[in-house]
Design a protein around this ligand. Sequence first.
Ligand SMILES: [Zn+2]
Length: 508
Amino acid sequence: MPSTSVRPNILLVVMDCVRAADFNPSESPPNLPFARELAGECIRYTGAVSPSTWTLPSHASLFTGLYPWDHGVHSVGDIHLSENIPTLATQLHNVGYSCASLSANFLISRHFGLTQGMDMADWGGWWEPYLRYPIGLSQPLPPGWARKSVTRLLRKWATNRDWTGPSPLLQRLSPQILERTYILDAAHRVLLKLKGSTRVGVTSPWIEPELVRWVSKQPSQQPVFCMINLLDAHEPYFSSEEVVHGFREWVRYAQTSQERQGWISGSSRNTPEMLHVLHELYRTHIRDIDNRIGRIVKVFQDSGRWDNTMLILTSDHGQTFGEHGQLFHIFGVGEEGVRVPLWVRFPEGRNGGSTIDDWASLVDVVPTVKRELRMECGTPPSYALPLQDLGTRPREGPVFTISDSYGYITQYSLSREGSSQGTPIQVATYAGDYKLVMDCSAQESFRAYRILTDTREEHNIWSESDPNLKDLSLSAAQVVRKMLGAKAPEATINPELLARLRVWGYVE
Ligand SMILES: [Zn+2]
């Protein structure tokens, strides 16, 4: 172990829902001015795949270095991380780190076991994606002590009390809100007008001031680990004037549906133009995230910690806008939903400005941090690889991702023996230039693509006689067996958590 004074700080920033294709620092015109600068200090792992298509399993993988079928946090298993599985925070805490978790996403909370090892953990209320603070980005909190106090009280309520679930009225209203986001949007617009602003603001603006407060309390020689989740790119999307100009365009925006279940059932459909508008709004939020990362890094710079900080910048899954027939995330394993940014800024920006194209996974993050700290790794699972080794030695086996559910409720109908009607567990495996997808809907089926050239997954090359594909299909089948062998959800299901997931449109 290096001496305490030289242990690097670890800053893990998860940009919830940000897909790799829309986090490109070299695109023109630039959408990400801060990331463009930051790229010079980072190694970008351009073949990064999220282990899952939704928040809970992916974060659990990021924090443990295990795939969902091994840590057990997925819709077919439990959605609470077992205390017997050490997290990165637990391990860093044990070697003297101060650990903090600041998450806009309420799922990264103690209610799901995801704050284990944290000395301080704070998370957003479930309502926060519905609220974009109509403020300038330079003002992290709305002005006025009253609003500050109300915000803090509401958040304290969300953080400290056990879930009692949103009111039955809100549960009924929620799908309506997502189906008719324009109602909330109109309210946002009125507020914007009052503030003289044309931009929809950010969600959970309390994160940066909390970070400043927490970092400033740590002695300067104290190494810190901060996990930050930013939720700005999550649906629903409100109408910034820079994308939706004038009343006519707003009327078109108002006709879009952002309700996932309606999209799946076919009761609501968005035209390609509507999907384009939603995608453009999503990109404005990614620009907000870029700005926020700048402010987060500045906290580390101002406290004199930045030089000796290891930054991991990534996302827990992607987001889709009609590609492969999908809306938003959770369903399917198309590239838009599972390819994520993964940037690592090693202390002093070592080897920065480079890219590595090999397949990488969020399960690699824990061994990467431990390698950097020269911590004892024990016997990590053979599938995880310290990113420092990527490109220098071959990975054992493929990289995986799973789409584990139609949502929690639907999994109730998933029999232990196999899949039920319309329950598409999908597993994708990546190796070499192949991507193989195993679909467990009504009947098991396989698809495969030369993914490096066929990035839209248009030409299915599945053939059982290709030994590479056959191997990948066996690996995928093994994963499905492990998933279905997991504990049935009935034992652990919590109706109050379900109510919350329902409000977010994750379940019917
Ligand atoms: Zn997420």
